[in-house]
Design a protein around this ligand. Structure first.
Ligand SMILES: [Zn+2]
Length: 180
């Protein structure tokens, strides 16, 4: 009789094979934080509550997380661009301080105002972009999970998880569209 952990590890290996990628590392954690995929370490974290899910839901959740591993390159690039963006943001005032005249107005007020404006714009755009990107990646992972589990079982599992408040309505709607 295999343990719940062995069962999950086997699902991960099978799903990875089905998607044509190397299986990500699986890490079991005692928290209830929900499952997640960490692109940096190519690792799926499975929490205690996920281990207790009924089989059809567990299958979809694991297939979805393994599908995120197919997005690893994109996820890592997103991360790199964010780090570069923040670094450029911080470098901006330093360059302004170095380049502009050595008077109070130019030393403090103008760079300060420009910096505040750029930061505000940057974060607004970055958050909007991040939200759109996150949804697109979630839907892509669901589509791949549906290939593994079958669209109908995937839809049923998502419906159950939406009822439990684990999954949001957007993902459920997209899965319904796939089943039409
Ligand atoms: Zn996801």
């Amino acid at each position: 009789m295999e343990t719940a952990e062995q069962h999950v590890s086997r699902l991960v290996a099978n799903d990875a094979a089905a998607l044509g990628i190397a299986p990500p590392v699986v890490r079991f954690v005692a928290t209830n934080s929900g499952p997640c995929y960490e692109a940096l370490f190519d690792r799926i974290e499975v929490d205690a509550r996920t281990l207790l899910l009924p089989e059809p839901l567990l299958r979809l959740v694991i297939a979805h997380e393994v599908a995120h591993a197919t997005q690893r390159r994109a996820l890592l690039l997103d991360f790199a661009w964010t780090v570069l963006g923040v670094a450029a943001l911080i470098a901006g005032p330093c360059v302004m301080f170095a380049a502009w005249p050595d008077e109070d107005l130019w030393r403090v007020s103008v760079p300060g105002a420009v910096f505040a404006f750029v930061v505000a714009m940057f974060f607004k755009a970055w958050r909007a972009h991040g939200a759109r990107r996150a949804i697109a990646l979630e839907l892509d992972a669901d589509a791949k999970a549906a290939l593994i589990c079958g669209a109908r079982p995937a839809l049923q599992a998502l419906e159950e998880m939406t009822k439990r408040g684990i999954v949001d309505e957007i993902r459920l709607q997209a899965m319904r569209e796939r089943c039409k």
